[in-house]
Design a protein around this ligand. Structure first.
Ligand code: FAD
Ligand code: 2HG
Ligand code: ZN
Length: 481
């Protein structure tokens, strides 16, 4: 149910528009309803905002002036990057002003010795990867939305993605951020140092804050050397218990070159083949409940290939893998990744989808998918499970034709309670957004949530930044105890 508009926020008036045009020029202020449509709609088509104004600053100084004005006027603001978020965080609920970083897309510097990239928040992930790739480096994160998500959005959601297993989370690879807090103060934390223990590491608060603490305007990030030998294998596995054995063996045998360990179930595969054109089944003659995408990234082609071949031989001899293929060229590699990355897109094509992004002990993961399937038996849904198994991250998706409160009642709070009972997380990598703002208490303690509310009020005492998201209103508001 849509939360009511908080009446303490002001409404945009003609004088505000005049002010914004004075700062950004006419082209930086969007009021045309057709142009606003794309900014008001989230990637899934599930959340629809009602913003009547969107702002497109080109510099940190402009962001600062906008926020200072909005704070003084108590106008609510939604920061927006590539708008690929999956929890309704990047669109408004009511008439909040959208502040998009799309025009802040300059690369500031790249240090070829350390591999440190400094860039503005609106740079698109794939373009950054191309840029650092030309210097022999790679971005430390990769995700299906790379063609449109922005680094500021990645940092603000603490995006995980397909290679977290190898390069770790953004809490480790982001070296610095520049951010503008609610009253317009620019906080320069754009360090490029690997080591810096001077005081509290404030930048960490902005990694995963989902636009509730400040607008991230620039980022410095450590890029690893680009691997010169990448091998991808696609494996058919009979059951979930066996997947865990294959994972343990992959870590033992592939060691430091293991860069991804992803799983999908038969239902995910079928749904993707049905709804996406151009996706090829890598093992068309083998039907089994589970498939794995295992990737290695290293620097010695022959040595790495031999290692993955030996691993494959071993897991097949054990009877753990029923069939498998190693991509022989970049086209086959892209085809396997195209299937894995295409699952979300296929789900979108299939209609409405209830998405749950959970982390928990790997051994428990698939039982949740099976129990959800049982609970929903008889309803017009397809329950699919896939995800970053190597990171203990399950993507449980319930696909149906249209959003339906009756279906939702069968899923929630069941999924959250089930996850909480195993000390998991109800938001492993996508964030809480508007979808789960009121659910944070399932897997974070009362005391922790209360502290988060206090932190929120330090950075944003008027609550203008991304209201109704991440924390329950009662916790964000000034009156919270
Ligand atoms: P947006 O969607 O625009 O915003 C996301 C949140 O960040 C919002 O709350 C917004 O207010 C805030 N925000 C955006 N920019 C800023 C800024 N500059 N300053 C402050 N706040 C800001 N996520 C993963 O973690 N792993 C995956 O593997 C993954 N795969 C995906 C695949 C597909 C096909 C899609 C559609 C999404 C996927 N996602 C994944 C989710 C999403 O892409 C990521 O969360 C991404 O990091 C969001 O970036 P964005 O620029 O689109 O941000
Ligand atoms: C992925 O891993 C993304 O593909 C998206 O995180 C997951 O759509 C989803 O549920
Ligand atoms: Zn994911």
């Amino acid at each position: 149910m849509l939360k009511a508009r908080d009446p303490s926020y002001a409404r945009v008036e003609d004088n505000d528009i005049r002010f914004f045009r004075g700062v950004l020029g006419d082209t930086g202020v969007i009021t045309d309803s057709t142009a606003l449509q794309a900014l008001n709609q989230d990637w899934m088509g599930k959340y629809e905002g009602k913003s009547t104004v969107a702002l497109r600053p080109k510099s940190t100084e402009q962001v600062s002036k906008i926020l200072a004005h909005c704070n003084a006027r108590r106008l609510a603001v939604v920061p927006q990057g590539g708008n690929t978020g999956l929890v309704g965080g990047s669109v408004s609920l009511h008439d909040e002003i959208v502040l998009t970083t799309t025009n802040m897309n300059r690369i500031i510097s790249f240090d070829e010795v350390s591999g440190t990239l400094v860039c503005e928040a609106g740079c698109i992930l794939e373009e950054l990867d191309r840029h650092v790739g030309a210097h022999g480096f790679t971005m430390p994160l990769d995700l299906g939305a790379k063609g449109s998500c922005q680094i500021g959005g990645n940092v603000s959601t603490n995006a995980g993605g397909l290679r977290l297993l190898r390069y770790g989370s953004l809490h480790g690879t982001v070296l610095g951020v520049e951010t503008v807090v609610a009253d317009g103060t620019v906080v320069d934390m754009l360090q490029t140092l690997r080591k810096d223990n001077t005081g509290y590491d404030l930048k960490q608060l902005f990694i995963g804050a989902e636009g509730t603490l400040g607008v991230v305007t620039a980022v410095s990030i450590l890029c690893p050397p680009r691997p010169s030998a990448v091998h991808v294998t696609y494996l058919a596995v009979p059951d979930f218990a066996t997947i865990q054995k294959v994972f343990v063996r992959a870590r033992q045998k592939l060691g430091e070159i293991l860069s991804a360990f992803e799983f999908l179930d038969q239902q995910s595969l079928e749904l993707t083949l049905t709804h996406l054109e151009g996706i090829r089944n890598p093992l068309p003659d083998t039907q089994t409940p589970f498939y794995l995408v295992v990737e290695t990234s290293g620097s010695n082609e022959a040595h790495d290939y031999a290692k993955i071949e030996a691993f494959l031989e071993e897991v097949m001899e054990e009877g753990w893998v029923l069939d498998g293929t190693i991509a022989q060229d970049s086209t086959q590699t892209a085809a396997i990744w195209g299937l894995r990355e295409g699952i979300s897109v296929a789900l979108k094509h299939a209609g409405a989808v209830y998405k749950y992004d959970l982390s928990m002990p790997v051994a428990d993961m698939y039982s949740l998918v099976e129990e959800t399937r049982e609970r929903l038996a008889g309803l017009p849904v397809e329950v699919v499970g896939y995800g970053h198994l190597g990171d203990g991250n399950l993507h449980l998706n319930i696909s149906t034709k249209k959003y339906d409160e009756n279906i939702l009642r069968h899923i929630e709070p069941f999924v959250y309670e089930w996850t909480a009972a195993r000390r998991g997380s109800i938001s492993a990598e996508h964030g809480l957004g508007q979808m789960k703002a009121d659910c944070i208490g399932y897997t974070k303690s009362h005391e922790a949530v209360k502290l988060m509310g206090q932190i929120k009020r330090v950075f944003d005492p008027n609550g203008i930044l991304n209201p109704y998201k991440v924390l329950p209103q009662s916790v964000s508001a000034d009156s919270a105890d």
